[in-house]
Design a protein around this ligand. Structure first.
Ligand code: PMV
Length: 317
């Protein structure tokens, strides 16, 4: 039996749209931070057929099954019992698919003795969920051409920012990211300009991180988030992920920043608001977000480690 852990990540420069070729390849470079505290734990063991358990329930998740089939096309991997659980809400815009596929790839690599390095594993994890490629690495992570493997951009120690997550709903999302991206590509009038700006946003965020320039990172990260949501909102049928508490939390973050607090928001395909902050301001941000009507839970994170194996009892085949 092999156990692996992986953390979700949140993109500061978002990915929303795929290239028109196989391999689940993002259309634009993207950049994320891996979170601590939130974690997926995945156990794999030999079995007489494939069996998947997610958060204590049997599952037939089609993406996981396709991922296993693709891996088996390339490597000799027997049937597996996979037991995976998250210590945070699943499928609600908190990147559970990212940590899920990163943990699964890491566990299988060790269990089946595939001997793949983190970059190659990230290429496989990407095929399950592109953001999963980024959860293979710690700290600041880039998913970039030409190979579209994730790579470590900077370690957490370079700039140990903190994240306060305001959970405003525990409901799972109605439209999958893959379907949403395809609808956006086909119908949003802003999709083309969103793609064209991706390279510049990536470059601006890279500079801001290299220089530890919080104001510059705040500007480009909020803009990337709001452009992605403009594409989502102008998709037909519309992809509207925000609720009233989401909007209130965005306003609170802006107010705090205008009062000199080091904080900016980012939001993914769900209603949760992730407030990225300077460590000295995290307490104040958490207290302000907790006071908003409709905020159900506050999660506090730092920057997390790479996906890794914690317990490996795999026996030689
Ligand atoms: O990798 P997916 O299919 O879960 O899509 C991720 C999309 C966003 O979370 C909205 C943006 C991102 O870059 O993580």
């Amino acid at each position: 039996m092999t156990v692996a852990l992986a953390h979700p990540n949140i993109a500061l420069v978002k990915y929303w749209g795929k290239q028109d070729k196989p391999g689940n390849i993002p259309a634009t470079p993207n950049l994320s931070i891996t979170l601590s505290e939130l974690v997926t734990r995945t156990e794999v063991e030999e079995h007489d057929s494939d069996e998947l358990w997610l958060n204590g329930e049997p599952s037939n998740d089609a993406k996981v099954m396709r991922f296993l089939a693709a891996l088996r096309n390339r490597y000799p991997i027997g049937y597996l019992k996979i037991t995976s659980s998250n210590n945070f809400p699943t499928g609600a815009g908190l990147a559970s698919s990212a940590s899920g596929f990163a943990a699964l790839m890491t566990a299988i690599n060790s269990h089946a003795r595939l001997g793949l390095n983190a970059e190659i594993m990230s290429e496989w994890a990407r095929q399950g969920s592109a953001s999963a490629a980024r959860s293979m690495f710690a700290g600041y992570v880039a998913l970039v051409p030409p190979l579209w493997r994730a790579q470590a951009f900077a370690p957490a120690s370079h700039w140990p920012l903190q994240v306060v997550v305001a959970v405003t709903s525990h409901a799972a999302k109605a439209v999958s990211s893959t379907r949403g991206m395809e609808l956006s590509r086909r119908t949003s009038p802003f999709y083309g300009s969103w793609l064209r700006a991706g390279g510049d946003d990536f470059a601006a965020a890279s500079d801001a991180i290299n220089n530890r320039d919080f104001a510059a990172l705040a500007e480009v990260a909020e803009l990337s988030c709001l452009k992605m949501h403009s594409v989502m909102l102008t998709t037909r049928p519309t992809l509207a992920y925000w609720n009233q508490a989401t909007v209130a939390a965005m306003q609170t973050v802006r107010d705090l920043r205008s009062q000199g607090c080091g904080v900016f928001f980012t939001i993914d395909a769900g209603p949760q608001v992730k407030a990225v902050c300077l460590p000295e301001d995290a307490e104040r941000v958490a207290a302000a977000l907790a006071g908003i009507d409709g905020v159900q839970q506050i999660l506090r994170c730092g920057l997390g480690e790479a996906a890794h194996v914690v317990d490996d009892h795999a026996v030689d085949a």
